[in-house]
Design a protein around this ligand. Sequence first.
Ligand code: AP5
Ligand code: MG
Length: 195
Amino acid sequence: MRLVLLGPPGAGKGTQGEALAHRYGVTHISSGELFRQQIAADTPLGRQVRQYLADGLLVPDDLVFDLIGAAVSQSVASAGGYVLDGFPRTLAQAERAHDMAAQAGVVADAVVLLVLPDDIARQRVLGRADGADGRIDDHDRAVIDRRLAVYHAETEPLIDFYQRRGVLATIDASGTPEQVTSAAIEAIQRLAPAR
Ligand code: AP5
Ligand code: MG
């Protein structure tokens, strides 16, 4: 199974990414998590991307593709699929990723769009800020608002991109995590019955 998760900050891409990767026996690849690992390990890449994450801005594409490309190749080789969370995030990324995946014969079977109103998304992110999982981009309301604005401006155009390819499953992400997972699995089943 090859899946892409789309949705605003706090929509549950990470939560559903874990659950769906477990369900289909593939690897959950979170681009944000990969960057945070690089930052925590203080690698050269980590030092280059840190400020973008802290400000809630997108990391430039040339710093995104190497990391994600390697993770996707590894996951396809070891598990036969992937659940991508947080990538692609711009039309340019989606087009380039689609070309690369088509060449390798590993185009996504389904793209799960997690729909959540901004006010609930904000509450979820702020809720996490107080816990042990709090991130550098979770505390400042202006940064959370910028992440939402970047999503609406840069990532929402992907909805049309995937809809036109007939792979989009639109899911209400406001229920419990279990309800969202069930709805996603049902929709994926309809899109990719052979999987
Ligand atoms: P990224 O890490 O992808 O962050 P994000 O998109 O802002 O999303 P979050 O991780 O905050 O939310 P989520 O949708 O994963 O929800 P979660 O399951 O955690 O990206 C961070 C940064 O990295 C970007 O700003 C950018 O700088 C950079 N970056 C990443 N990818 C990039 C790319 N491709 N190109 C350029 N730059 C890139 O849930 C959130 C909270 O809600 C949790 O506490 C969770 O427990 C809770 N929750 C989840 N589901 C539910 C539910 N159903 N009900 C109640 N609570 C729930
Ligand atoms: Mg996440």
